[in-house]
Design a binder for this molecule. Structure first.
Ligand code: ZN
Length: 260
């Protein structure tokens, strides 16, 4: 879908060399270069901050689950478009946005820009008329249910691959013993939780060290909390302010400050 005519005067464009840019369409009437125009859209992996679940929707009478998406208005920032589209289509309020990746979608001449958008209160979900159906999925089930071989699937998997293994198990992490954690993955943790884990006098610091020293244990940052697994099975969730959530009995839980 490349423009063949000048958008100002309608004259047929010719190809002309532009220094430093190569061959660029040129209007001999306006005597000006006409760079190719295309649409810009945002698509979002919407995540419930409380549960870590991912929102998939069905639209246009089609049977497959896809991501929430929409075109960017002229003059609008991508971040604004992310918040506006989610608000319009779902009534949910975005609390935090992470850039994921972009991909050009030839069939609609559109640059698709994908973000992960966290929403703080999924109970406010109220789909508008553009959404036929919706469902919140665990990350593992979201992978299984997203439309196969779609750009949405590529975006979703790319995001999930950065936070977990394809099996849904967590990625083992290591930090140096001074509590310095270089992994960007953990920059997403709630700042209160970071202090509790990584400061040498933090109340969870001994748990953090125990995780580092036990090859069966691994941890992953999810929805600002630390999810801890033993051999791939979740045992404990640590939060910045909320009480720790014990998922199953484990020796690690005996190390909790209020669980001696
Ligand atoms: Zn022209």
């Amino acid at each position: 879908m490349i423009q063949k005519h000048c958008h100002q005067c309608g004259t047929a464009l010719i190809e002309k060399e532009l220094e430093g840019e190569g061959i660029v369409p040129y209007c001999p009437q306006c005597k000006d270069y006409r760079f190719p125009m295309y649409n810009v859209a945002v698509s979002m992996v919407v995540i419930d901050e409380q549960s870590g679940n991912i929102l998939l929707i069905k639209q246009y009478g089609r049977p497959h689950f896809i991501l929430v998406a929409g075109y960017v208005n002229r003059g609008e920032a991508l971040e604004e478009a992310v918040k506006r589209e989610i608000k319009e289509e779902t009534n949910l309020t975005v609390s935090r946005i992470i850039y994921n990746r972009t991909s050009f979608f030839e069939p609609s001449n559109t640059l698709m820009c994908n973000f992960t958008a966290f929403v703080s209160d999924a109970s406010l979900m109220s789909p508008n008329g553009e959404i036929d159906a919706y469902q919140w999925f665990s990350p593992v089930d979201a992978r299984r249910n997203i439309r196969p071989d779609s750009l949405a699937e590529k975006f979703l998997n790319a995001y999930l691959d950065t936070v977990e293994k394809p099996t849904g198990q967590s990625v083992p992490v290591r930090c140096d013993k001074n509590g310095e954690c270089g992994s960007e993955e953990f920059a997403d943790l709630c700042s209160h939780l970071q202090k509790k884990l990584f400061d040498s006098d933090g109340i969870y610091h001994h748990l953090w060290l125990a995780i580092q020293n036990d090859p069966e244990l691994s941890a992953v940052a999810r929805s600002r909390q630390l999810h801890i697994y033993r051999k791939g099975k979740k045992v404990l969730v640590l939060a910045g302010k909320a009480a720790p959530k014990i998922i199953r009995d484990d020796s690690l839980c005996n190390l909790l400050p209020n669980n001696k």
